[in-house]
Design a binder for this molecule. Structure first.
Ligand code: GAL
Length: 353
């Protein structure tokens, strides 16, 4: 685990260096701000209940665009998990003459239509975090690997036996299918038995809580070895449901996104693990690509993912043991953010100071 964390930190360092180099390039006399004067970059994010979007993706992307291209404007649009709202937002960005759409789709399949419509107006589309067919570029983390890491952690934490619940992401989100496939690959080959599985239609923590509560009317919580929750928002709902059912010592529950509340639950022993995806790498790279497109420059260094030029980054497992070596070390959170009054004692016990 430590090794993976170190790799991620190196990647961040490399990403930062790369961004700095690109920043110099973008400000050069021939291809600098003057070319992109008044250009608008549309950033379309899917929802707000998952904290990453407004706490990390949006501000990091905006800051990087500003650094690389002082005269570029970012038009930020959040769809609140509503695919038709996102379609309208994209359409208005196209009509208003955006130079490029950076699109994290609510519905990956429906977004293929947005891509066609943007491209017919000569506007390239960068699929951000979630894949969209036909996009000019795509960047994300290795999402199948995310599911494998979650499944492996759960099998280890449960001693590889017993009953589990499985809560996946929204079926409209292409990432959710990849997380689920990766997790099933591991869990189906393990000694664990999935007694009930749920594809949460909009990733909502409330739905996760309701599903878990309803399952706990059939399954004695004491018989539950653990819960696979695809992300931290859902993990929060699962843990709330277990608590209302009278559970004091939580079974291992997985998550993803390294949300602050999840890191605090991990430190306190209520959540077993999360997946940390160093969002600065992703947001900075997306900003670089968008500015390059706005400046008419060629984007280099891509790999192929399902026929689209892509950048794929590595996810990192976080448990109580490596909070300090991952999210704290990267300055994703400060110790003071995590170790608020309610978590002081847990932080001290976990050696986080
Ligand atoms: C996924 C994304 C995750 C999480 C989830 C809920 O597509 O990769 O980081 O945010 O959606 O929105």
């Amino acid at each position: 685990m430590k090794k993976i964390a170190r790799v991620a930190i190196l990647v961040i360092a490399a990403g930062t260096g790369l961004a700095a180099l690109t920043a110099c390039g973008s400000n050069s006399a021939s291809n600098g701000d003057s070319d992109s004067k008044g250009k608008t970059i549309a950033l379309l994010l899917p929802e707000t209940k998952t904290t990453r979007y407004e706490a990390f993706d949006k501000p990091l992307f905006e800051a990087k665009v500003k650094e690389l291209c002082a005269s570029c404007k970012v038009n930020y649009l959040n769809a609140d998990q509503d695919a038709s709202k996102q379609q309208q937002q994209a359409q208005s960005a196209i009509t208003n003459g955006a130079s490029v759409l950076v699109l994290d789709p609510v519905d990956g399949k429906a977004a293929a239509g947005v891509v066609k419509s943007a491209q017919s107006s000569k506007i390239p589309v960068v699929a951000y975090d979630r894949f969209v067919e036909g996009a000019n570029y795509y960047l994300s983390f290795n999402n199948e690997r995310v599911g494998e890491l979650q499944g492996t952690a759960l099998a280890e934490a449960t001693g590889n036996k017993g009953k589990i619940l499985m809560l996946n992401g929204a079926p409209t989100d292409p990432n959710a299918a990849q997380f689920k496939a990766g997790a099933h690959k591991v869990l189906d080959a393990s000694g664990l038995k999935v007694v009930a599985e749920y594809d949460n239609p909009d990733w909502s923590p409330d739905n996760a809580q309701k599903f878990t509560s309803s399952q706990l009317t059939n399954i004695d919580p004491a018989d539950l070895a653990g819960v696979y929750a695809a992300n931290d928002g859902q993990a929060g709902g699962v843990i709330a449901a277990l608590r209302s059912a009278g559970v004091k010592k939580m079974p291992p529950v997985t998550g993803q996104d390294a949300e602050l509340a999840a890191i605090q639950r991990i430190v306190a022993g209520d959540q077993f693990m999360t997946i940390y995806k160093p969002i600065p790498i992703e947001a900075n790279k997306a900003a670089e690509i968008a500015v390059d497109i706005a400046n008419g420059k060629t984007v280099t260094g891509t790999t192929d993912f399902q026929g689209v030029k892509s950048f794929i980054f590595d996810p990192v497992v976080v448990t109580k043991d490596n909070v300090k070596d991952t999210v704290v070390k990267d300055n994703f959170y400060k110790v003071a953010d995590i170790c608020t009054a309610d978590f002081k004692a847990a932080c001290a016990a976990a050696g986080i100071s």
